[in-house]
Design a protein around this ligand. Structure first.
Ligand code: NCD
Length: 338
């Protein structure tokens, strides 16, 4: 299988085997991150970022620079012809004639696909609105694989703004495909969209256990029971909803431990949903040292795509369970590999 000349606009663009292949190459990149200076010599990558970014853009650019290629960039839509009203299709067609690969972040869902249809070169989605962020998912899955040695059977709790946070959408598909169990703990009104849960169920037989973000501590005790002995919908515990079928079908994501192995935090995507006064009123919990002291979390890894804005206390940064900076650092080898 070759990824040559293929775009990655959603996580489904990569098969599980191809994802594994990217991880193997990323391992090699990590071993010698400064020793790859010929791999993309003579190639040019364009990064078109129509939304703010630090990690994603810079790790893509660092990756290309490490590989010996060159980078041209639009980091502010207001300085490009987008501000004059140019269509994305036209921009993609023109930029595609200048470069060998294009990376795009855009506020409109599906726009990387449009760019891919016109660019004539591979296009990589670096985040499209509330939809997907496939390369962040590669970083997340790679981090889990390195930390835990496997993804199958892990119980991963996605926590926070699961409606507008694009990282958790692609991650949920990736986790399901590799056999993890998903617990979705959303803030009120920010539940995983139905099209995501329906797809998880219909395409990957993945039954999401749903609850409220504020119930995280209570849910932890219920996860074991819910996971190992899924109730029919009539027997649902108040805070945990098992979204599987009514027959009590047991999803054999074997080797699951019954505890939460990973707590994946996300920030409130306030730019996507509220006026600033509205966002200020949302009471978003802060995960801190006190919270993580609970025995149930003694082996729970903490992940976050970053940036964080108050939901994750800095006092946890030196805690061995905190792997979010490692997760961010894998952005370079993963994007080099891709
Ligand atoms: C995320 C994004 O842009 O979707 N950041 C990232 O790329 N690592 C998460 C976020 O903005 O909350």
């Amino acid at each position: 299988m070759s990824l040559k000349n293929r775009s990655v606009t959603i996580i489904e663009d990569l098969s599980n085997e191809e994802i594994e292949q990217v991880f193997c190459v990323a391992d090699r990149m990590l071993e010698s991150i400064k020793g790859q200076t010929e791999l993309c010599a003579g190639q040019i990558m364009a990064t078109l970022f129509y939304e703010p970014s630090t990690r994603t853009r810079l790790s893509f650019e660092a990756a290309m620079n490490r590989l010996g290629g060159r980078v041209i960039s639009v980091s502010d839509a207001q300085t490009s012809s987008h501000a004059k009203g140019e269509s994305l299709a036209d921009t993609a067609r023109v930029v595609g004639s200048y470069v060998d690969i294009m990376v795009i972040r855009h506020p409109s869902e599906g726009s990387p696909r449009i760019a891919a249809d016109y660019a004539g070169v591979p296009v990589v989605n670096a985040g499209d609105g509330t939809h997907e962020h496939p390369t962040q998912t590669l970083c997340d899955l790679y981090t889990l694989r390195r930390e835990k040695g496997h993804i199958k059977g892990l119980t991963v709790a996605l926590w926070g703004d699961l409606k507008y946070g694009r990282t958790v959408h692609s991650l949920a598909y990736g986790l399901a495909r590799f056999g993890a169990r998903i617990v979705a703990l959303a803030d009120e009104g920010m539940e995983l969209p139905e099209y995501v849960t329906a797809r998880l169920l219909n395409e990957y037989s993945c039954h999401v256990i749903q609850g409220k973000a504020s119930d995280l501590d209570r849910i932890v005790q219920q996860v074991d029971a819910v996971c190992l002995n899924p109730p029919s919908s009539k027997q649902l515990p108040l805070t945990a909803q098992y979204s599987g079928d009514e027959s009590g079908h047991k999803d054999d994501r074997d080797s699951a431990t019954g505890q939460i192995d990973v707590l994946y935090l996300t920030r409130l995507q306030k730019e996507r949903q509220f006026s600033s006064e509205g966002a200020a009123k949302v009471r978003y919990k802060t995960i801190d040292h006190q919270f993580m002291k609970r025995a149930e979390f003694s082996d729970t890894l903490l992940m976050h795509p970053l940036p964080r804005v108050g939901e994750l206390s800095c006092e946890l940064d030196t805690d061995p369970r905190s792997i979010y900076f490692k997760q961010a650092s894998f952005g370079v080898p993963i994007r080099m590999a891709l």
